[in-house]
Design a protein around this ligand. Structure first.
Ligand SMILES: C[S@@+](CC[C@H](N)C(=O)[O-])C[C@H]1O[C@@H](n2cnc3c(N)ncnc32)[C@H](O)[C@@H]1O
Length: 275
């Protein structure tokens, strides 16, 4: 954790983006790159360089992510627009017989694509904090288009990424992109993680960004809680829903080893002190 700007808060450490901005590499001309079509080989080289994901000065994390999506050739906008033809947006009451909400869980249809997913630079930031622990397996509960697997290539090239996603359309696009980038250590599993039979695989890092309602998020937190004493892992939680839940209802995640807070995400550990 050396080099991070940090301040002690009541129940953990608060870190800022300073280091991340200082290290950004000027070698990538994102505007120029987003206006041309790069070959698969060029793209594979870009994502293998972790500097590609570090936030340059003068641009927001979401804008940077939008450019990276365009450079990589993701078809997220098109796919999300199509969802709106079949399903009712999450923020509207179900309109008629034709358009219903996606059933059984919250899939955030209608949310802006750059809000639906964690910005690349944020992913780089928390992976960089976890670098000294050299994780071998990272799991994302509700992975959408699988961004974490892409950022992992430059920072933990040997690690495996296991992504669970309920929507096959999103899962298929993640697989297409990973194949194009030759990310053969990424596995996308189309799965409803709320099913009773869903068993959490062993991993060094679990990631969750408010994949559904607090009641649903609680189901996965309870399963992780059952592993807290026996397994060694980090939990990275993004979003106000899951962070409030952990703060108020799951103190076991931070009461022994502390917590690292960033503006948008927090890191908890089952085995090592974080403060
Ligand atoms: C807020 S997005 C986060 C995406 C990704 N983890 C990220 O941070 O970039 C949550 C994703 O979880 C998926 N999801 C929601 N409920 C789910 C469930 N019960 N099982 C699996 N995936 C689910 C949604 O379809 C959505 O793609």
């Amino acid at each position: 954790m050396t080099g991070q700007s940090r301040h002690n808060l009541a129940k953990g450490i608060y870190i800022t983006n300073q280091l991340q901005e200082a290290k950004a590499d000027d070698a990538f001309d994102f505007v120029a790159l987003s206006q041309k079509k790069s070959s698969a080989t060029e793209l594979q080289k870009m994502v293998a360089n972790e500097n590609f994901f570090i936030l340059p000065k003068g641009i927001s994390p979401k804008e940077q992510s939008k450019r990276i999506d365009r450079i990589l050739g993701y078809r997220i906008g098109r796919i999300e627009q199509k969802h709106l033809q079949s399903y009712c947006a999450y923020y509207r009451p179900a309109a008629d017989e034709r358009k219903k909400h996606f059933e059984g869980t919250q899939t955030w249809i209608g949310l802006h694509p750059q809000v639906l997913q964690t910005p690349y630079s944020e992913i780089w930031h928390f992976l960089n904090i976890l670098r000294p622990y050299n994780p071998k397996t990272i799991v994302d509960f509700g992975a959408a288009y699988g961004r974490i697997g892409i950022v992992m290539k430059g920072i933990f090239p040997q690690a495996e990424f296991i992504a669970y996603e309920i929507m096959e359309t999103r899962a298929a696009e993640a697989r297409r992109m990973w194949e194009h980038l030759q990310l053969d250590r990424c596995v996308m599993i189309q799965q409803n993680i709320l099913e009773d039979e869903f068993a959490i695989p062993p991993a060094d890092v679990y990631f969750m960004y408010d994949f559904s309602s607090p009641l649903d998020v609680r189901v996965i937190l309870k399963k992780l809680l059952a592993k807290l004493k026996s397994d060694r892992f980090f939990l990275v939680a993004r979003g106000s829903g899951i962070r409030s839940l952990i703060q108020l209802k799951f103190p076991q995640f931070w009461s022994v080893h502390g917590v690292i807070h960033h503006n948008d995400w927090s890191i908890y550990s089952s085995f090592c002190d974080l403060y």
